[in-house]
Design a protein around this ligand. Structure first.
Ligand SMILES: [Zn+2]
Ligand SMILES: [Zn+2]
Length: 426
């Protein structure tokens, strides 16, 4: 009996809703006709043929960034342990003046950066907090695959050095060795593709200085703060157009962060597991777990306390595996000491920051991305530096393949009215 009553009530309710929509939305015409439904303000909100304009997600490449707006995207919210769901540390900051900055580039983050469909020519400024793999590993891939991914400008990178840090640990040494590690790749590509992308401009900042300006261009100021995470580790603040965001890298709570991130618009700080979670999920021993989350990293209670002491307009916790069973434990620990607005980052979480406030959404990205088309015409390097495969290796080229290759050229030239010639040797 009860079920039948509910069914009848539901039918009546649906009919009422239908009628309401019918009259309000289509001004008396059939709802089946191809008429757009309009809101009270006259905006088209639904149509069988036009795009539906109200989405609660962010589709990269479809929204103009307003001149006074900052957009931050988590492209790595996770850990050194690889997982499909979360790359290691990486955040993109986009500004309404057209500038874009990448803070950290941990393992797995490049494919997420690439999925946004942004030309690498716009992603030419990368800031590294410290040389742990989960904050820097993908820099090598990002740099070395620049030519294939249509970067046509030099890559500018900033990383820690000085301040008593050992020379062999410094960022300049690391970048020098990175180029040496990939010397074969660099050398064999010479003369066959545009290698402008291999130009690397390295700037070392003194990580030990407090509130130290490490970048100041086009109205944007980036400062570094020392972090407590071994040595040679920093956090960053970015100020532009009256907005201020901060990004912690790895650190214990520290007085420099607390002093210089008071009341800022967006405060992104590491938030590790609790000791119990580190034992259960990572297989750490008790001592390892306690050490890691209390003497090297900020556990959720530390994170909450830092936010309670700094009261940002909006807080972001990152650097943990964010799953259905871990999130409630992290949230509970944070909420015991902090009750302000906080997002628990997942990859592709997006924050639109303006003076009016922060809007959080998830981005829906393209898993089948290709490199955006080059912004400049590509030029192969001319001259004597072109690499040539040795004759002894080319001796393995089967004679039968010659006519196959030549046919490809004949067909191409016919189709394109060109006169290219097949040649294995220069
Ligand atoms: Zn670290
Ligand atoms: Zn880390």
């Amino acid at each position: 009996m009860k079920k039948i009553t509910v069914a009848i009530f539901s039918t009546v309710l649906l009919a009422v809703i239908f009628q309401f929509g019918h009259h309000q939305g289509t001004t008396g015409q059939s709802i089946m006709s191809a008429q757009a439904a309009e809101s009270d303000s006259g905006d088209t909100i639904q149509s069988p043929t036009k795009p539906y304009p109200k989405h609660n997600v962010y589709y990269p490449g479809t929204e103009e960034l307003k001149p006074d707006e900052m957009r931050v995207i988590a492209l790595g919210s996770g850990m050194p342990m690889p997982r499909l769901k979360q790359a290691a540390a990486c955040f993109l900051i986009e500004l309404g003046n057209g500038d874009k900055f990448i803070f950290d580039m941990g393992n797995g983050s490049f494919e997420r950066i690439h999925a946004l469909g942004i030309s690498l020519d716009y992603l030419d400024k990368v800031f590294i907090t410290h040389p742990h793999m989960d904050h820097m590993a993908d820099l090598a891939t990002f740099y070395m695959t620049g030519p294939q991914n249509n970067r046509s400008v030099p890559l500018r990178v900033w990383g820690p050095g000085g301040g008593g840090m050992r020379e062999e640990w410094s960022f300049k040494t690391a970048m020098d060795h990175m180029e040496k590690t990939w010397a074969w790749m660099n050398g064999t590509l010479a003369g066959t593709i545009d290698t402008t992308a291999f130009k690397l401009e390295v700037t070392e900042y003194d990580w030990s200085k407090v509130n130290n300006v490490i970048y100041e261009e086009n109205g944007v100021v980036i400062r570094s703060l020392p972090a407590i995470h071994f040595e040679g580790t920093a956090s960053f603040t970015l100020e532009w157009n009256g907005l201020k965001m901060a990004f912690s890298g790895d650190t214990l709570p520290n007085k420099w962060w607390i002093e210089h991130t008071q009341g800022i618009d967006l405060s992104i700080h590491e938030c590790f597991f609790t000791p119990e979670m580190a034992i259960e999920k990572w297989g750490f021993s008790s001592q390892e777990a306690l050490n890691a989350v209390t003497t090297v990293h900020s556990n959720p209670s530390y994170f909450g306390k830092v936010m309670a002491m700094t009261k940002p307009k909006h807080a972001v916790a990152y650097h943990f595996q964010n799953d259905f069973d871990t999130l409630p434990i992290i949230m509970d620990a944070v909420q015991q000491v902090y009750d302000g607005p906080v997002d628990y980052a997942r990859d592709f979480m997006v924050w639109n920051v303006t003076k009016e406030g922060v809007r959080t959404r998830m981005a829906v990205v393209n898993p089948e991305a290709y490199p955006p088309v080059p912004l400049k015409e590509k030029h192969m390097e001319e001259g004597g530096d072109r690499y040539q495969t040795p004759d002894s290796v080319l001796a393995g080229w089967p004679e039968e393949m010659q006519e196959v290759a030549e046919k490809i050229f004949t067909d191409f030239n016919k189709e394109n009215e060109t006169e290219y010639k097949f040649q294995l040797k220069k």
